[in-house]
Design a protein around this ligand. Structure first.
Ligand code: AMP
Ligand code: ZN
Length: 114
């Protein structure tokens, strides 16, 4: 989608240092980190949110899980633990309408979220 910031990042229109990229997925640091380590795993395809995943898109989920395991290991937060968050819709606090998985770690995270 032309005006979608994550489509622009995934398509290379906004220069971004990727932690990971392949044919279907990218991962990059959140611009407004909420923890010492805070990155996003994002499908290149414009999928508005979790509710919009179709039978083909669902095949991305194991790959996303694998990237999360790889990057949390590389970034040193796997052992201490981390949180994966997918804000969805208005009550979920989603601000960018392109599916993304937040991964946060490097400090003790509060629960429940606000
Ligand atoms: P959400 O509120 O769950 O939709 O998350 C959107 C996230 O995208 C927020 O944590 C933002 O800080 C992050 N974000 C927005 N624009 C950019 C960008 N250009 N580069 C990296 N992260 C971004
Ligand atoms: Zn998009």
């Amino acid at each position: 989608m032309a005006e979608c910031v994550f489509c622009k990042i995934a398509g290379g229109e906004i220069p971004t240092e990727f932690l990971y990229q392949d044919e279907h997925l990218v991962a990059f640091k959140d611009i407004n980190p909420q923890a010492p380590v805070h990155f996003l795993v994002v499908p290149k395809k414009h999928i508005p949110n979790l509710l919009a995943i179709n039978d083909d898109d669902v095949k991305l989920l194991p790959a996303i899980q694998k990237i999360i395991v790889q990057l949390t290991g590389e970034l040193g937060i796997a052992e201490g633990g981390f949180r994966v968050v997918v804000n969805t819709g208005n009550h979920g606090g989603q601000t960018v309408p392109h599916l993304h998985f937040h991964v946060l770690g490097g400090r003790l995270l509060d629960w429940p979220p606000g």
